[in-house]
Design a protein around this ligand. Structure first.
Ligand SMILES: [Zn+2]
Length: 327
């Protein structure tokens, strides 16, 4: 079988859909239904991903029309981007939360004000204009990778819905993406966790213009809640399914506690802008990788906002930029 397809228990298939970033692939899951299949997170709309799906369908003996439902864990382009294309071919409904969909429309809908809002945010936080230009060009490149936009049906956290042989609980999982949901099944103790809990990779926590101001607080709160679930197998959006769900959550929480402490310590020695701190933490080489620099910058902001809300640091305007400092 195609090396991108792995067979899981209960007839589920994991499909590694290629990505043109350092993440390498996003996981799609194919779930057998009484009639046809459900696909979770079809991937990003690249020519390589479309080609892969043609191969996957041929190898699994499925036609586009056998895809009866497309389920989206969250609105990030690497999960949602191919949904419209898959819907065009299959006629399947695309199911996503209202909040995730609103975010997708805000980013990639007609006349999106998002790039301008992001520019204002980053420049206020000390990023030079020419670096921001590169980020903006990189963002523009995503529009074709999420087109066409699908017609959607809303799902909601708290709801239960049938996937395959069981009923699943939809859990609100904010922080990495507001509007994201995890799917939990208590009999087999499986958790489809999107990007909320990933093995080996720390999920990106980003301040995004127009969203709530403290995504890290939301993320840590969500992790505490997810930790209470009894999980035998976690099915993540990247890398491979894994078993130690609670242990991985503990590692992620510790990572952020350490990062917060390090940033507070750095600011004790020298006041600086979020951009300067971002380069101290992640290195100036990210200037050559606008995609990763955007993640690093928004993640730095998420930690700074958290520290400021906790009263460990404060910010003040210096000229046109905002500078962070300790008391
Ligand atoms: Zn994501």
């Amino acid at each position: 079988m195609n090396t991108n397809i792995s067979t899981l228990a209960h007839g589920w298939l994991q499909v590694k859909v290629p990505l043109p970033f350092s993440l390498k692939w996003v996981n799609s899951y194919i779930i057998p239904e009484r009639e046809g299949v459900t696909v979770i997170d079809p991937g990003l709309g690249t020519p390589e991903a479309k080609e892969l799906w043609t191969d996957v369908l041929a190898e699994t003996g499925l036609d586009w029309g056998d895809i009866k439902r497309i389920m989206i864990t969250h609105q990030h382009p690497d999960h949602y981007g191919l949904a419209g294309y898959m819907q065009e071919r299959s006629g399947a409904p695309v199911c996503i939360t209202e909040r995730s969909h609103a975010y997708a429309m805000r980013l990639w809908g007609e006349g999106s004000g998002f790039p301008k809002a992001l520019r204002e945010l980053y420049i206020h936080h000390g990023m030079p204009g020419e670096i921001m230009d590169r980020i903006e060009r990189n963002l523009d490149g995503f529009i074709e990778l999420v087109s066409p936009q699908p017609q959607v049906e809303y799902i909601a956290a708290g709801q239960r819905l049938v996937l395959g042989d069981w009923e699943w609980e939809l859990i609100d999982a904010p922080g990495h993406a507001y509007g994201a949901v995890c799917f939990y099944q208590p009999d087999i103790r499986w958790m489809v966790c999107g990007d909320q809990v990933l093995p080996h990779i720390t999920p990106n926590i980003s301040v995004v213009p127009g969203e709530e101001k403290d995504p890290l607080e939301a993320f840590l709160g969500s992790l505490e809640q997810l930790k209470s679930y009894d999980v035998a197998l976690a099915l993540p959006g990247h890398r491979d399914p894994f078993t130690d769900f609670q242990g991985r959550i503990d590692e992620l929480i510790s990572h952020h506690v350490r990062r917060l402490d390090r940033m507070a310590e750095l600011l004790k020695h020298e006041s600086c802008t979020a951009f300067a701190l971002c380069e101290t933490l992640f290195g100036v080489r990210l200037r050559d990788n606008p995609h990763n620099l955007r993640f690093a910058m928004s993640e730095t902001l998420a930690h700074l906002y958290y520290l400021e809300r906790e009263g460990r640091i404060r910010s003040r305007e210096v000229g046109a930029a905002l500078v962070y400092e300790t008391f």
